[in-house]
Design a protein around this ligand. Sequence first.
Ligand code: GTP
Length: 251
Amino acid sequence: MEETKLDLKVLSILEDKIQLIKTEKGAIYLVGPIKLPVNLYGETVEFKWYCWLNCDEVTENFERIINKLSSINLAEFQQSSVLVYGDFQYGDDAIIRMHSICHTGDIFGSKRCDCGFQLKQSMKMIVEHGTGALFYLANHEGRGIGLFSKAMAYIFQENGYDTVDANQALGFVDDSRNYRDAIQVLKALRSKPVTLITNNPKKFDALKNSGLPVSGREALWGDVSEYNEKYLETKINRSGHMRDEDTCCND
Ligand SMILES: Nc1nc2c(ncn2[C@@H]2O[C@H](COP(=O)(O)OP(=O)(O)OP(=O)(O)O)[C@@H](O)[C@H]2O)c(=O)[nH]1
């Protein structure tokens, strides 16, 4: 197939905004920064946004990658992204969150989980801190089972299963997420220490084991209601989430 030649102007606009990150399996192409004014609790806050694409092909010739985009129907797949705030590259002390996508909680505001609250609250914490980043991990739906399976898991939960048993009833492990790509992107954006916002020790260990300097962890519990109380208890009792002082559960 003959390769379309991109207009030179088009290419020069994009070239400075794409970087290649080599991975074990191929490459991550990271595009950004892009100015993103965000409505955060009624205030307009300006973040810098980056998005990334995994690809088998490893090339510095970005024209080849750009040329492929229109034929691969990316809207059918998920791409992850990161919102950066402040002087993320050089700022001494940055706070980050690796947030797993939750269609129901983040988009619809479902109260069955605490995801929507954690998303907005962590953005607020990052802005208040002055430097940080929110990684939005789009291939993590349902702790890695995907949205359709999560819908089925919810039906099990309406029939007395907890979230762990519901995943397992469908033949999945409870949690199949990994943080490799996000960590690679983090390394490309910053090499100085970070504090991670999470209650999940697996996430914290993944970051620590990556070799990046990690200065600590901030807990994030909240928005407890009759709808998510059981879910939050299951996180602590079965998934190993850390119970902190301002704990999630009412006992
Ligand atoms: N399978 C399943 N996934 C869920 C359910 N509720 C939320 N999720 C997913 O769980 C993920 C969030 O994971 P959590 O265990 O809540 O939190 P975490 O990310 O492990 O830890 P924190 O950093 O402390 O928030 C998102 O991918 C959600 O889509 C559920 O009932 N069943």
